[in-house]
Structure formats: C-alpha cells, structure tokens
Design a protein around this ligand. Sequence first.
Ligand code: NAD
Length: 386
Amino acid sequence: MIERLKNFQFRTRILSGLGAINALGELSKSMGAKKYLLVADPSLESHGILESARKSLRDSGLSGEISLKVEPEPYLDNADSAADIGRDIQADIVIGIGGGSAMDTAKAASALLTNPGKAEEYVGLNVVKHPGIPTIMIPTTSGTGSEVTFTAVFTNRQTKAKGGINSIYMFPNVALLDPELTFSLPPDITASTGMDALTHAIESVTSLSSTIFTESLSLTAVRLISTSLRRAVYRGNDINARENMLLGSLFGGLALADAGVGAAHALAYPLGGNYRIPHGLANAVLIPHVMEFNLPAAERTMALVAQSMGESVESLSMRWSAEAAVDSVRTLCDDIGIPAGLSELGVPMDDIPMLVEGALKVTRPVENNPRKLGPEEAALIYEAAF
Ligand code: NAD
C-alpha cells in the first residue's frame, strides 16, 4: 500500500552561505567525527579550496587523509581507492568536495566502508544493504545536485558501461553550499555543468514520475538557472549568479531524486561511457532535441518551463508556450557557447546503432520519459543532434 502513495521526503540537511567552507570543521565535530576521509577533485588544490577545507578541519581538532584519485566521469575503481584509504585510517566521516565526480566517489566510498566488496558489486538499485558512514558533500560545480541525490554514477573501466549505485543509503547527511567555491570554475565548464542542472530541472518536470512536490522544485530550479547562467558564464565572480546557480542545481537534484529524469539522460550515458564526453555537455547538446521530440506528449509541463524561463506566454496557446520553451533553451545554449552538435564532439555517426543499444539499457530515464522511446525514436534524436 505505502509504495502506491505519493512519497516525498528531504533526507539531507542543507547549509548554505558565503564562506560556508569555514564551518566544515565545526560541522564535522558536531556530527561526532574525529577522523576524516576527504575525497577531493585534484584541481581544487591549485585554487586554495582544499587548504580552506583542511584548515577548518584542523582548527576543530580533526585529523585525516585526502584521496585525490578522482577522475572526471569517475571509474568504479576510483571509489575503491578512496575506500581503501578510509579503511586504513578508520575514518568516521567522509567529506566529498568537487563536482559530481568527486561527490559520487565520496558517496560510494562511504558505502564501501560498511558494505563488503568492490564498488562494481553495488551498481544497480538498492544493492547497498547497510548505511555508510556519515557524509558531508560540498559542491564546487553547479550541475549535478549529487549533494542531495541517492545516486553515484560511474563508468566501468572494462565494459565502458556507465551506471549508478542507487540506494537510499547514498543520500548524503549534509550538503554544505558555498558559492565562493564556484568562482574559479571556467566559463566552458560553468556553461556545460549549468546546462546539466537545467536538464535535470526540465526532465524532472516532464517526467512521468513527477509529482506536485517535485514540480515546484523543478520549476524553481528552471527560474534560478535561466536567470543566472549567462551571468555566471560571462562574469564568474558575480556572487548572486553563482549563488542562484548553486541553489538551482540543488533544487534540480532534489526534484530528480524523486521524479527521475528522461530521454536526454538515457541518450547521454553512452556518450560519456564511450567517448568520455562530460555528462553536462552531452545533456546540453541533446536537451533541445529531446524537448522537441517530447513536445506533443508534454505540452502542459513544457509551457510551465517557458513561463519559468521568463518567456511572455500569457497570450499564447499551450502548444505555442511549449514551443517557446524549446526556443528559449536553444537560445540559452547558443548564448553560452554550447557546441552545436555531436559531430563537433567527435562522435562518429556510424556509431548510432551502438549508442541506441546503450541508451535503451538506461531503463529508469527511458521509462520516465513522457513520450515512448524505442530504438527508432532514439536513433532519430541522435541523428537530429548531429
Ligand atoms: P566534474 O566533477 O567531473 O568536474 C568537471 C571539471 O571541473 C573537472 O575538470 C574538475 O576538475 C573541474 N572543477 C570542478 N570544480 C571546480 C572549481 N571550483 N574550479 C575549477 N575547476 C573545477 O563535473 P560534474 O559535471 O560536476 O560531475 C559529473 C559527474 O557527475 C559525471 O560522472 C555524472 O555522470 C555525474 N552525475 C551525478 C549525479 C548524481 O546525482 N550523483 C547527477 C548528474 C551527474
């Protein structure tokens, strides 16, 4: 009976504000921690961000180790390496700092500290059987929302298949948001990760699993991102834009954790697995084509997207409003320099059948897409995106 009811629950404590990184030590201590495993994006060392985290932890009397073995679009063995360090030092808290790649690696490392075996054994839904050790996630990109989701996404180094470790035990305990940590994000990564967040917001609102609870989160994310992404790309130290982007990404994450995503994500996964195309970039190139495809099946929700993007839709029919959403997303992509198509990303057109096969295996987004996505439809969207 309970499974059939609409379900929505915030599971992660959210703390945000300028300079929040300086509260990391106090926060960890208040959670009873003494020994930390810090899983970090290695590029943060050069921006002074890691030193701020270390100093705060040191000032509160905590000691620990750092794992910098985080690759963009991480492999499963990145999580195993981090967990090995955590086991050696008997860590009692895992802190993830970086984009989705570092946070996902940290979330999986926490689970591996209380569940036996290697990360590859836990790919799938609810395979993780025990809660991990406590976690704090600190995003430094505004894209994935991983700081509040129940998933950690990895590529299998051998098979190149991309998939998630999905479990209620993967929800982080705390998300610590500090917009200043995203100032150093270069314009191209700001653009592609920001479009990832917008794709989460759009696909969670058009999802067949969307609810009244998630719809309001999705649309708030659309509003925050569409009013701020251009500014964040072109003026990286605009505090208001960076703060809105971080919140937009978080709201998108909260929405997708319950409502799921759709075809753009299913079609993006094989592009990440086979050619290492960053997840946000793959989503950014695909989303206008997916919206066009979904339009007849999602007029109402796409009209709401147009409204949240600030389009003047009051005097338009629902159909025209929905089309305005597609145009608005296209214009945004052009404005922030998203590549025009998959050919620019070096994807060979002959690979479409292989890509279609991979995409249709990403079952949850395929099932949640508002318009049925079979092999022919998937191939048509890929072709349109070239
Ligand atoms: P990322 O973590 O791979 O980072 C992208 C690049 O930005 C890297 O080169 C990194 O070094 C750099 N970077 C990060 N922060 C920086 C900063 N402050 N200054 C300068 N450079 C910085 O990118 P991402 O898009 O955040 O994460 C992508 C991963 O997250 C993919 O594996 C994707 O599948 C996954 N993902 C997870 C979820 C989830 O809910 N867990 C959701 C969507 C995507």
